[in-house]
Write a protein that binds this ligand. Sequence first.
Ligand code: SF4
Ligand code: SF4
Ligand code: SF4
Ligand code: FES
Length: 651
Amino acid sequence: MAGLVKLTIDDQAVEAPAGTLVIEAARRAGIEIPSFCYYQGLTLQGACRMCLVEVEKSPKLLTSCTLPVAEGMVVRTQTPQVKQARQAMLELLLTNHPLDCPVCDKGGECELQDMTLAYGAGQSRFLEIKQHVDERQWSPVVYYDRPRCILCFRCVRICNEGMGVNALGIVSRGGLSEIAPNRGDRLECDECGMCIDICPVGALTSGMYRYKTRPWEMNHVGTICTHCADGCKTTLGVCHNQIMRGNNRDRSGINGEFLCIKGRYCADFVDHPERLRTPLMRTERGLEPVSWARALAAVAAKFQEVKARNGLMGVIGSNHTTNEENYYLQKFARQGLGTGHIDHHRTGDLAGLMAHLRTPALLASTADLYTSKAILIVASDLAQQHPFLSFQVRANYRHHQAHVYTVAYGPVREDQYAVRSLRIQPGEELAGIESLRADLMKEPELVILFGDGVQGEAVPRLVEFGASLAIPVRYLCLLDYSNSRGALEMGLLPDPQGGMNLEEMLACTDLDALWVVGANPLKNHKLAARNAFLVVQELFLTETAQAAGVVLPAASAYEKSGTVTNLCGEVQHLKPAVALAGPKTDLDIFRLLASELGLELGPWTPQKISPMAVGGAVQSARDTLFTSGTLGRYSKTLNSVSEGPGGLYRG
Ligand code: SF4
Ligand code: SF4
Ligand code: SF4
Ligand code: FES
């Protein structure tokens, strides 16, 4: 194969593409070279010198993390000289290190512990008293403990390069060097916790997790973040039925190690004291707790009655519930209740896009955002609304020099490195894109991302524009929530013949019953049919639940199995992390109601339904990094940061 370089590492013949670093070539050949500052995907630092190796004909040991492979190179990683160098480096790192492993958050998953065990000398020659510096709290999320810091600068690089936030730097020199936050003694940033996660030791710890448990006391449950439509895998650490944190250190999942504050720390809505635990039914005294049997019987009786007299029944589903639940709900509505008035809160015009694309193959994947040579972002602030996509686009720019174009209503983080940035007013989206035509036509390929500023008539015009560029173009419609796409694909849409959409149902004064599952339409709308029987399945007593005749407490995404589809169409599995006494999954509630009604709905395996381009308002909730629809209100973590200037921080 052209470009392959042959070398020897520890007497093993190794081949690696030209330009590969020796540390990587060794790892790929199964030879581990210890490292602290080297981190795949970030710039090289050459700071810790843990990765020293012997290279034939070189008079000195060399850092393998900065050394590219060369033809005929002979590398040795286990010589006495190398071992002695590693011991010396560890001894130096431990000079002022407090060795408080028994109480340190990182204990049990600390790279310094592991390295000391594997490569350390077992004793230190330093007898001096260790320097102590008090721990500092930089934000509700981030704490810094200087004596534990080994100055590998991974945190600085992930924040600057990976996140594009530039919130961390280095102050002072030599032994006095330390990491410093961007606002002197505090941080103003995304609070993503990426710096905490990437820190090899316990120098950075999180306000959400610190001192609560130890890594080995937790079950680690890999599931999908429930906050936005990007679909990050999050591995939830669970101790005593409580979610302590999320992370993705093993880089499994489409997001690699990336998580934003919501996927990492904001599962705390799950055990919020206001979670609904028992069904509620309206009496003359208001909503009162009742048994499941009574609540289900009341709902079934009312549905039966409305159906028998051919009354008007509406169903509003969720963009958080699973594909299986969404599929079953629309089937229940159509086959069981005989209604075509079905919808959900649509946050982007994906149905319109799918109707106008020649083939679904023209829809982009999350991986495309990392590989495509050019990306056009229209009407969206990715860093606020789609943190993972923003991370992915930035990584593409850093690693492959992708050309990024932005057409936005205000400054966005991608402007920092975009080849062209346009400011527009709402309504000027297509004109803005058109003005980029000459530049875009020179690109070899393009992915166009667009938010709710492009919908209805504008969608076919956007697709027409893409086709007229005469280059391969793929599209990504930006949706808001974890299963927005699944809700659409599973058919939570009005029947094309006469089915009312969400706004029409709410405005219809003749509606007899409305069944709302995992949605809060009355937050922004009024229900015109004042006497309609309203049934709500929810986690909390939302505005909609407060107006209901019957409220059924539902399980959250972190308490159930099933699948969700992210905005790119990637279908992923949810795994239950905790169990809460009281609520039931929406699917269980559907099954119980079906049996109460004597309905035989047949197999409920979801099949993908081709969504038709049905009309109706498409409106993003414009969540920011520190809001998350209804769930955000019940996350203590999100509320602890949203007050600060960080909520408006734009990098
Ligand atoms: S929490 Fe995230 S944004 Fe804030 S300093 Fe750490 S890496 Fe940077
Ligand atoms: S705080 Fe952690 S990641 Fe940052 S330089 Fe210190 S040891 Fe490295
Ligand atoms: S980017 Fe979206 S899916 Fe990923 S962790 Fe953040 S909120 Fe969750
Ligand atoms: S890993 Fe090579 S110098 Fe730090």
